[in-house]
Design a protein around this ligand. Structure first.
Ligand code: NAG
Ligand code: NAG
Length: 373
């Protein structure tokens, strides 16, 4: 974000607002960060929506959704500012990309999903459920919009949903496109949204399935601009408006799952994981499993997620049991590492212990909090 000199003078009054809110948020359990954005022409609606969602989320926070403390619009500057929870581990795309870059064969070789992969899937499930219960559709769930936070404990990285610019209030939508384009990111958009049909929660579940595929396989064994492509397969659009071809993406994912070698993909770790991804990315929205039924899915049942709809409190209690305090959740006499990468906690009094709170730094320089966008 670059501001002209005369704009800077006007911003000064805004700094006071930001300083006040950053300091006020510093007392919260999570460190705040400041994100400011001047939306491109025609995209003010996106920032506007994010700020409305921030308002709702600040009243009903959830640990699996990035906490937004305050949002403010400075109409003179066309600038939106968000004071939000700092997730120091960055986004999931860049995390997976790093894991793949470390690979001796430049991202083409083996990728082993991180030990926490299934925990993250469970956390995303609870975060998504929270947004659905709050009567919102995310419409842009993808690995770029999942951030990792360690809350001061390197052995306890958790995943949270962020970026609510394309959220929709109400969980049923007509197929109308707001920006002459289907809402979302091409490789993750559900077929019914592409086709302009009515859609609902199942559209988010399609994106969730694509995210799960990327977490567990690392994305396609392809490089884009020299970097590993951490994305689900996506049909090639013949021109900028050729959206209809994206309705084929569900078939491309299915091909990658069933015949990975032939399609530049890696195999999923288990039959149950295959069934999970194939079920969520089905063409027919009504046949995709729902969030409550996913808890009983073979690939996820070992997570012992709290029953639907889980309250924030129940989610917190579940998160506390996730990490074995003895070994950090890597498998020991108290917790058992499952074949598919999941973790089974053996019954032990440790299970019920809450994680320690990390101390919050008292003073932080506002300048250091600013992330430029
Ligand atoms: C990549 O490798 C470097 C050096 O071997 C190591 O320090 C780093 O932690 C690795 N990164 C990941 C994400 O595994
Ligand atoms: C994800 O993280 C990388 C590295 O920090 C950054 O360059 C990229 O812009 C991030 N993506 C999104 C969508 O924020």
């Amino acid at each position: 974000m670059a501001l002209r000199v005369d704009e800077r003078a006007r911003v000064r009054g805004s700094w006071l607002w930001l300083l006040w809110h950053c300091l006020a948020s510093a007392g919260c359990s999570h460190r705040p960060q400041l994100r400011s954005t001047v939306p491109r022409r025609g995209f003010a609606k996106v920032a506007q929506r994010e700020s409305e969602v921030a308002d709702r989320l600040s009243k009903e926070p959830h640990r699996c959704v990035v906490q937004l403390f305050h949002a403010k619009h400075f109409p003179d500057l066309r600038m939106y500012c968000f004071v939000m929870e700092l997730c120091s581990k960055g986004n999931l795309t860049s995390h997976i990309r790093k894991l793949r870059s470390n690979d001796s064969s430049a991202g083409f070789g083996e990728y082993v999903a991180p030990a926490e992969a299934f925990h993250w899937i469970g956390q995303l499930l609870l975060g998504l459920e929270h947004l659905h219960v709050m009567n919102m559709l995310v419409r842009d769930l993808k690995t770029d919009n999942v951030v990792l936070s360690d809350q001061g404990r390197a052995d306890r990285i958790m995943a949270k949903i962020t970026d609510f610019g394309l959220c929709r209030f109400g969980t049923e939508a007509t197929g109308d496109w707001t920006f002459d384009a289907p809402p979302g990111t091409p490789a993750y958009i559900a077929p019914e949204v592409i086709k302009g049909q009515n859609y609902g929660k199942a559209a988010d579940l399609y994106s969730f399935g694509a995210v799960i595929w990327v977490i567990l396989t690392g994305g396609l064994k392809v490089l884009t601009a020299g970097l590993p492509k951490v994305e689900p397969p996506c049909a090639e659009m013949a021109h900028k408006w050729d959206y209809s071809v994206l309705a084929q993406n569900c078939k491309l994912i299915a091909a990658c799952v069933q015949n990975p070698e032939k399609h530049n993909a890696r195999p999923l770790p288990s039959g149950a994981a295959k069934e999970l991804v194939l079920g969520l990315t089905r063409d027919e929205a009504e046949k995709r499993p729902s969030l409550p039924s996913l808890r009983r899915h073979k690939a996820l049942v070992h997570l012992k997620l709290p029953p639907a709809p889980a309250s924030s409190k129940q989610a917190d209690a579940w998160l506390a049991t996730l990490c074995c305090l003895s070994c950090g959740g890597h498998g020991c006499s108290l917790c058992r590492l499952m074949e598919d990468g999941g973790i089974l906690l053996e019954d032990s009094p440790l299970r019920r212990r809450r994680p320690r709170k990390t101390p919050v730094p008292r003073r932080s320089s506002l300048q250091a909090l600013v992330t430029r966008s």
